[in-house]
Design a protein around this ligand. Structure first.
Ligand code: HEM
Length: 445
């Protein structure tokens, strides 16, 4: 049987993937301590396609935009999501659409798509605007932890727009805690339910979430309301396929997770960058003042400053830093032999600093996305915070709508700052979050 570091078959012109001999624990700790430095050393030593041990498996790291395109566009259908993502987060996000492949993925995605159509997104925007406006009126000022505030806000928005439920604070906190634990569990170093560990907490939290969703299904099936939960309960594909209760619970848990942290991280990054580069905060404020406080869906296209800040912030810290896959047939990446069964990862976090794509990649420079420079367009996967191919983020438009709606209100009514020498300390052990939750001084204009 071939293994991930097997020799290239006789007669093949493909190259063997060079593997690091470093232990899995050493690799994970090294990556956590200094992910960028660690990656740079790996590329200098082994090249863009190389192997490493991590999380109990051997992985092929397929760096660079060309390798990203080969893996994510998956033209030969030789890479699958389920066996790779399930290995990392399966017990917690079981049967979410990202953990499905090929025909099954296609049929579930077609039904799900109804919840993400332009008509549905306009409905969600109508639902969320008054609530965001109200939350912004009450937004705390002074020295605050912005990441924490955004996390609470995006959860409330998600509960309203996805679930159509107003939960008492204690219940909302319980669900928030359960999400946090499920997300954290995926990258646990101890990958067994040993009491007290991340993995163990993740399993318990998944049960909490399942019970929560199942208990609300009968009411959701009984009436059609404009929230995603209700849309999924009533959705039917062209072939007449519908979701079972179990499908709905699985998709809801996955989507809530997929939407919540990614949006929080994006807004945190945007605010951090605009606190360091105050001129961009001022530009965004000026532009937002030319529009009404309450936006229409069509106004979103006019927020060009926030759009550029969003793109650059997601380039510099992409909320989903890597895309894991498994080779389901013997295949190749950039001329390297990748045997069936190999775990493969596409590291977008690092690709976004590739000097072949971006000029001065460590500099915050939203203008690089303008039509005259369009640095992100040099490679198909040059800018890939939303992934690519059939698994490309289904919530891409929803996410941008939510983020811009919140940021529009924030830049209109507030200004914020950090000390001149402040650098946000990042925890990359799961999705990238600030260790200090981004303390800022926020004041109402
Ligand atoms: C800025 C915010 C967001 C970012 C950066 C982001 C990023 C991503 C990425 C990178 C993937 C693909 C992962 C892979 O191929 O391995 C993905 C998939 C997905 N995202 Fe998002 N996401 C965001 C917001 C959202 C929102 C708001 C929702 C839902 C409302 C959502 C729902 C999903 C779903 C369901 C998938 C799986 C799609 C499939 O496999 O067919 N995401 N997202």
């Amino acid at each position: 049987m071939t293994t991930v570091d097997s020799d290239v078959p006789a007669g093949s012109e493909l190259k063997k993937v060079p593997f690091s001999t470093r232990s899995g624990i050493g690799t994970v700790l090294g990556m956590r301590r200094d992910p960028f430095g660690f990656h740079e050393k790996r590329v200098a030593e082994f090249g863009e396609v190389s192997g490493m041990s991590a999380f109990g498996r051997k992985w092929v790291v397929a760096s660079g935009p060309e390798a990203a395109e080969e893996v994510l566009m998956n033209k030969k259908r030789s890479f699958a999501n389920a066996p790779a993502w399930s290995y990392l987060i399966g017990p917690f996000f079981n049967r979410g659409v990202m953990l499905m492949d090929f025909e099954e993925h296609r049929s579930h995605r077609l039904i799900l798509q109804q919840g993400f159509s332009p008509v549905a997104i306009r409905q969600y925007m109508d639902l969320m605007q008054p609530m965001i406006a109200k939350r912004m009126q009450d937004f705390p000022t002074g020295k605050i932890l912005l990441f924490k505030e955004f996390k609470a806000l995006t959860l409330d928005v998600a509960l309203e727009v996805f679930l159509g439920l107003e939960l008492p604070k204690a219940e909302a906190d319980r669900i928030n805690g359960a999400f946090l634990d499920t997300v954290q569990a995926g990258v646990a170093v101890i990958r067994k339910p040993v009491p007290g560990t991340r993995w163990w907490k993740g399993i318990r939290s998944r049960k909490v979430l399942e019970e929560f969703f199942y208990s609300h299904i009968p009411a959701k099936r009984a009436t059609a309301t404009p929230d995603l939960f209700s849309v999924l309960c009533h959705a039917e594909s062209d072939e007449g396929a519908t979701f079972s209760d179990e499908d709905i619970v699985n998709h809801m848990i996955f989507i809530l997770m997929a939407a919540h942290d990614t949006s929080t991280i994006s807004m945190t990054q945007m605010c951090y960058r605009m606190a360091k580069s105050r001129e961009w905060q001022a530009k965004a404020h000026e532009q937002s003042m030319t529009l009404d406080s309450e936006l229409t869906y069509d106004d979103l296209g006019s927020l060009t400053v926030l759009d550029a800040v969003f793109k650059e912030s997601l380039r510099m810290c992409t909320p989903v830093p890597a895309h894991p896959r498994m080779a389901v047939a013997d295949t190749e990446i950039q001329g390297y032999f990748v045997p069936e069964g190999s775990m493969v990862t596409v590291p977008s976090l690092f690709n976004h600093y590739d000097e072949r794509i971006y000029t001065d990649p460590w500099t915050f420079d939203p203008e690089r996305f303008g039509p005259d420079r369009a640095e992100d367009k040099k490679f198909r996967m040059g800018w890939s915070p939303f992934g690519g191919g059939v698994h490309k983020c289904i919530g891409l438009y929803f996410g941008q709508m939510e983020i811009k709606t919140i940021m529009h209100q924030l830049v209109r009514d507030f200004e914020w700052s950090v000390p001149a020498d402040y650098e946000m300390p990042m925890d990359y052990s799961s999705l990238p979050i600030p260790k200090d939750r981004l303390p800022v001084t926020l004041r109402r204009r």
